[in-house]
Structure formats: C-alpha cells, structure tokens
Write a protein that binds this ligand. Structure first.
Ligand SMILES: [Ca+2]
Ligand SMILES: [Ca+2]
Length: 222
C-alpha cells in the first residue's frame, strides 16, 4: 500500500510537471531592453492624435511603434531589442499582440539571433525577415511570419538554449505592438496555442524551481 501511494503521487506529479514544462515566455513591448528611435513607447491617445482609430487599452498601459498617420507610407527606421535567456533547447514561435490600421502600416522586420544572422533587414531588405502583420484596428494576436515575394509562411527558430537577441525593426510606420508571446507550441492555430499576456505567464525561474522540486520528490520515494 505504501508503494502504490508513492506510484500514484509520482504519476500525479509527473502529469503536473508535464503541463508546466511547455515553454512560454511573454514580454511587454515597452519593456524591451533597447528601444531605438524613432520607435517609441506610446498610448492609444497618441495613436488617435495621428488620426487613426484609437485602439483599446493595451497590456501594461502602452505599446511600441514608430508614430505615423494612417494610410500613408513611411518607416524603415528604429527597432526594439529583447535579450532573451531561453530556459532550454528547442524550436520556438513568436506571437505579437498588434494593431495595424491598413496596408501601409502592417509590417515589421524581425531577426532572432543566433538562429538568424546578425543582419539589419532595413538595410538589406531581405524578405526572409519581413513580417507581414495581420490588419485590424484593435489588439489581436498574429504569429510572426516570413512574407516572401512568393508567399507567406509561419516562422520558427531553433536554439540550443541560453542567451538570444530578438530584434523587431520598424518597416512601415504606425504598426503597433503591445507585447510578444514566445512558445515551443508550433501550432498555427491561435485557439490551440492560446497566446498569453506577460501578466499571465509563469516566470521561467519558477518553472525551473518546480522541476528541481519534482526531482527531489522523486528521489525521496527511494
Ligand atoms: Ca504607415
Ligand atoms: Ca504593452
């Protein structure tokens, strides 16, 4: 009976740990490690002041963009950079919570090193790094894609884990980004992935601690 108690406890523990171990990280755009002008932190009132529809309140109260009026072109300068320490090796996708008013305000450039080279797509215009963002006048999740001249494909990046550098560069001004969600769930189905806000994601350090705790418990049974 003592033995079955431990088997049962261990099974429950492993089931619990299994669900916790799906990797997910989330960041506010305005919390980026670097925001290079003219990309800047803004609020819905700033968007309305440019003449476009005012988006609803963003997560954390603000978003990042290069300011610009609706329908007009412009952009190509500034970026935001995130220094991301990946808890483990894997293949990852990124979802952005965005507002994109129109066809002249609906794209970024994206590189994530070291899977991607140290290349500035604003200079090279390399479409491998072009994200054609889904349009909409209020916040909606869009998976970062690769908008090639011959079609648009979801992007994924494979890493050994550890230090990485994600850069999201302005391509067209007025494209707004509120936050990003990173996951090793590579499904293209938003309902299945269920991207989360930074306030809804468990801190990876806490997840790691739970893993260690599970190992300790498993050892105790012997
Ligand atoms: Ca624009
Ligand atoms: Ca935000």
């Amino acid at each position: 009976m003592f033995r079955s108690f431990w088997l049962c406890a261990l099974t429950l523990l492993l089931l619990g740990v299994g669900s916790v171990w799906a990797i997910e990280l989330a960041y506010e755009a305005e919390g980026a490690d670097v925001i290079e002008a003219p990309m800047e932190i803004a609020t819905p009132a700033d968007a309305a002041a440019q003449g476009g529809p005012e988006p609803s309140a963003p997560s954390g109260g603000s978003f990042v963009w290069m300011a610009g009026p609706p329908t007009t072109g412009g952009g190509g300068e500034g970026f935001m950079e995130f220094n991301i320490d990946l808890p483990e090796a894997g293949t990852y996708a990124i979802w952005g919570l965005i507002t994109a008013w129109d066809g002249n305000s609906d794209s970024f450039w994206v590189t994530w090193q070291p899977a991607d080279p140290d290349e500035n797509p604003q200079e090279t215009q390399n479409t491998e790094f072009r994200w054609g963002a889904a349009q909409g006048n209020d916040w909606h999740w869009d998976r970062i894609n690769q908008w090639l001249d011959g079609g648009t494909f979801e992007r994924e990046w494979t890493f050994d884990g550890g230090a990485t550098t994600l850069r999201i560069y302005t391509r067209e001004d007025a494209t707004m980004i509120d936050c990003i969600y990173i996951t090793d769930n590579l499904s293209a189905d938003e309902a299945e992935v269920a991207p989360k806000l930074p306030s809804e994601v468990v801190n990876p350090t806490a997840v790691e601690s739970m893993g260690k705790l599970a190992v300790t418990w498993a050892s105790m049974k012997n």
